[in-house]
Design a protein around this ligand. Structure first.
Ligand code: ADP
Length: 399
């Protein structure tokens, strides 16, 4: 079953064509700088080795970006497909839609529900809506599937999802903890299931430009640090994470405007906000090494939030068998992993500092015999989407 996964950024389109369930990538492509006349397009057919990179081309919008990729996908020399009939579905790592929190075919109703939540995900939903409409118009007979980032978290019990607010706000507006990074945490859960079997208690730490911690029991999400929006949980690159709601009316009373406050929370917060330096942890670690106190404080604040969630989630899970670090920070920051793990001996983590320092790529950073196995695993969200679609629509003929 061939599944095309499209990852839509605010100025980029990335594609991977998967053969499922073998999880083999047959072709991949990327258009950067969509909307400009100096766009970059790259394409690779992994079946026959064909590769091409075009620089300085005009890609005025998503429609042209998608058409370009499809042309290569079907091209005589470049093509990984003989015809579109071979393709079963196109999958998208969509973020959220009002009332649709799982895996859904992207009908006009679902797209309208994504539009309804543009105010909750202003940077993510508009480009996805546009790109999906382009795909729907170019491939009207194909199954378009949205694997909403909230999907993996629909298994969280209501008592953990609810905010202690008037219950009608949950009923009327859907205000509750929804959770995100579902494709990544779901992929990590499948990786652990492949090692551990069906029964396991896992805490997955996806830490990148955005970060979230997820408690997973027997493959299912049972809690996560993200809430209703992507503005909550642990600090992010430039977004605040958890915040007392009353900070907002207080700052308004002090004369700040709502746009100024939202900019502080959503663009000038997080690692950037505390360090005052950069939203990139590499820069912050370098500054901290040179003695910059605010940089060191930003790293500590980030690690404290991660530790707080790991502790809380271990209690909720009633123990922890596996702790996994993934995402740009989780996979690469030796310092963050050390600062976090060295504080978790009380939870059964016997940390192997030398293994952590020497690790290249993926591997184990707990000592042999540690009650908790600590792993660094690269995430693969695109494969997570393809796996989800394959599990949900296994080679079922399209209506
Ligand atoms: P996104 O969430 O945007 O997909 P990534 O998962 O790629 O982002 O993670 C990006 C983050 O990973 C950046 O903040 C970057 O600083 C951090 N990162 C990447 N490499 C390293 C490294 N070697 N050391 C510390 N942080 C790193």
């Amino acid at each position: 079953m061939l599944i095309l996964v499209c990852n839509v950024g605010s100025t980029s389109l990335k594609y991977k064509l998967f053969d499922m369930p073998a999880a083999e990538v047959l072709a991949e492509g990327k258009t950067e700088r969509v909307g400009r006349s100096d766009a970059i397009f790259s394409y690779r057919n992994r079946r026959n080795g064909f590769a091409e990179k075009l620089e300085g081309i005009s890609v005025p919008g998503y429609a042209e970006g998608v058409r370009l990729f499809l042309r290569y996908l079907l091209g005589e020399e470049s093509g990984a497909l003989k015809s579109m009939d071979e393709l079963e579905a196109v999958g998208f790592k969509t973020v959220l839609a009002k009332g649709y929190y799982g895996v859904h075919e992207l009908t006009e109703e679902v797209l309208a529900a994504m539009e309804a939540y543009v105010p909750v995900a202003p940077a993510h939903n508009p480009p996805y809506i546009e790109a999906i409409r382009v795909f729907r118009s170019l491939l009207p007979d194909k199954r378009m599937v949205g694997c909403f980032e909230t999907a993996f978290h629909t298994s969280i019990p209501l008592a953990r999802r609810l905010y202690a607010l008037p219950y009608e706000w949950y009923e009327r507006y859907g205000i509750c903890r929804l959770g995100y990074h579902g494709a990544s945490h779901g992929y990590i859960a499948r990786q652990i299931r492949a090692r551990a079997g069906e029964r396991f208690k896992l805490i997955s730490c996806h830490m990148g430009g955005s970060g979230s911690i997820c408690a997973i029991e027997d493959g299912k999400s049972v809690d996560t640090s993200f809430g209703f929006s992507l503005q909550t949980g642990i600090p992010h690159a430039n977004r605040a994470g958890d915040l007392d709601a009353y900070v907002i009316p207080f700052l308004l009373s002090q004369g700040l405007s709502m746009p100024e406050i939202l900019e502080g929370i959503g663009k000038k917060g997080g690692l950037l906000g505390i360090s005052g330096l950069s939203n990139d942890l590499r820069d912050i670690e370098a500054a901290a090494r040179e003695g910059n106190a605010r940089a060191a404080l930003a790293i500590d604040a980030f690690c404290e939030a991660v530790i707080r969630y790991i502790g809380a989630f271990t209690a909720e899970l009633g123990g922890m068998d596996y702790l996994v670090f993934t995402g740009g920070i989780g996979e690469n920051s030796v310092l963050v992993r050390e600062k976090v793990c060295s504080r978790l001996a009380c939870l059964g983590v016997q940390f192997d500092a030398a293994a952590n320092r020497d690790l290249q790529g993926e591997g184990t950073i707990s000592a042999p015999g540690s009650p908790v196995t600590v792993l660094v695993l690269p995430t693969n969200e695109d494969l997570g989407i393809a796996q989800t679609i394959w599990e949900k629509f296994p080679a079922e003929p399209r209506k």
